[in-house]
Design a protein around this ligand. Structure first.
Ligand code: HEC
Length: 135
């Protein structure tokens, strides 16, 4: 067989393998995404908004803290909404938390955990139906 023919056969063969493999590859990628989605939502659901507040905020905002004491009922709902939308990041972006191995405060919460904590805090603000201190 002349070399050019061997090459053609070879190339076609490679193409076939690649074509056949593509669906399997796609499937694996999708499966990996599915696993990621499940584990990350499980992580958000693993801790309640209340637990997240206790774990993430209390270490720096206990009574007598120089940073001010904050529990959900320290502010009314509109103030919390404004805080989470506009002040959370600028007030905390340069901080690290000694209570969490010196990690950056803004990296303590996954996005879905942040949403859970935010919604829980607003739900228990001073002017809510069920004001809470977070225990
Ligand atoms: C590592 C310590 C630390 C952690 C953790 C922390 N804070 Fe703070 N927080 C601070 C400091 C310091 C300030 C004051 C920042 C300033 O004055 O610029 C502050 C300011 C605030 C303020 C007032 C903001 C303003 O501009 O008036 C609120 C409300 C607040 N934090 C709520 C929270 C909540 C809710 C959490 C948890 C999701 C949290 N903090 C986690 C240290 C922390």
């Amino acid at each position: 067989m002349p070399i050019s023919e061997i090459l053609v056969v070879h190339v076609t063969y490679d193409k076939e393998i690649a074509m056949n493999r593509r669906p399997a590859f796609l499937f694996l990628t999708l499966a990996a995404f599915a696993v990621l989605a499940v584990t990350s939502s499980a992580r958000g659901a693993g801790r309640s908004g209340q637990e997240l507040f206790k774990d993430t905020c209390k270490s720096c905002h206990l009574p007598d803290s120089p940073n001010g004491e904050y529990t959900p009922m320290s502010l009314i709902q509109d103030q919390w909404r404004e805080f989470f939308a506009e002040q959370w990041v600028p007030a905390h972006e340069n901080l690290t938390d000694p209570a969490h191995d010196g990690r950056k405060v803004l990296e303590l919460l996954a996005p879905e955990e942040f949403e859970l904590l935010r919604d829980w805090t607003i739900e228990h603000a001073a002017d809510s139906e069920n004001p809470m201190t977070c225990g």
